[in-house]
Design a protein around this ligand. Structure first.
Ligand code: 5GP
Length: 213
């Protein structure tokens, strides 16, 4: 896209939610990797890093004190308690991307999806990723081997509660076949970007077209 057109389009807030283990992070990472105008909102969290996670890449890992200060300073667009830890989406980087006409993907739970959609209803697109079966979800959590058995069984217990929020989303994708789920995710993103209301450059362009002899 030319930079003129980018400057005159409204950035999109793509909110992707799912129970842990349904593949949302892998799908989101691939979408971002293939779309330079889309970046990840890196959340802050009070939970400990899992093996392989890097500060500033998957999350900003902060202490409960720092998290509380950030809440008090209104540094978050939204924040929520998930699995006994605090998570929040830092406001400043998101505003920077939107101001530049770029899009932001949020890998956040249903509470965050609700808050973002309330704050920016016109600009938010909500997508829910479902596992094909609960057994599949359990297998994925075990094969990830990043969490203890106790953590895995707690997450599975909560998965049902998270799945119950599916009607609050604009789109639902069943992640049975990763490539198919990715194609569907990318199709949603591409179509949403093309919506007339997001492309402010169309009006002057059409005026120019009609002014042509
Ligand atoms: P995990 O600890 O497995 O990385 O994430 C646990 C849950 O918290 C996931 O459903 C994830 O999407 C959600 N989450 C991560 N960051 C945020 C955030 O900034 N806000 C909200 N509301 N949820 C988040």
């Amino acid at each position: 896209m030319s930079s003129d057109r980018r400057r005159t389009r409204r950035g999109l807030l793509l909110v992707v939610s799912s129970p842990s283990g349904a593949g949302k992070s892998s799908l989101s990472r691939r979408l971002i990797g293939e779309h330079p105008d889309l970046s990840l909102s890196v959340s802050a969290t009070t939970r400990a890093p899992r093996p392989g996670e890097q500060d500033g890449r998957e999350y900003w890992f902060v202490t409960p004190e720092v998290f509380r200060e950030m809440v008090a300073e209104e540094a978050f667009l939204e924040s929520a308690e998930v699995h006994e830890h605090s998570y929040g989406s830092p406001r400043a980087p998101v505003m920077r991307e939107l101001d530049a006409g770029r899009d932001v993907l949020f890998d956040i739970d249903w509470q965050g999806a609700q808050s973002i959609a309330l704050a920016a209803p016109q600009d938010t697109v909500r997508i829910f990723i479902l596992p094909p079966t609960m057994r599949d979800l359990a297998e994925r959590l075990h094969s990830r081997a990043q969490d203890s058995e106790a953590v895995i069984s707690r997450r599975l217990g909560r998965a049902r509660g998270e799945i119950a929020h599916w009607p609050e989303y604009d789109y639902v994708i069943v992640n049975d076949d990763f490539d198919l789920a990715y194609t569907q995710l990318a199709a949603i993103y591409h179509a949403e970007r093309l919506k007339r209301a997001r492309n402010l450059w169309v009006e002057p362009m059409v005026a120019g077209l009609l002014a042509e002899p």
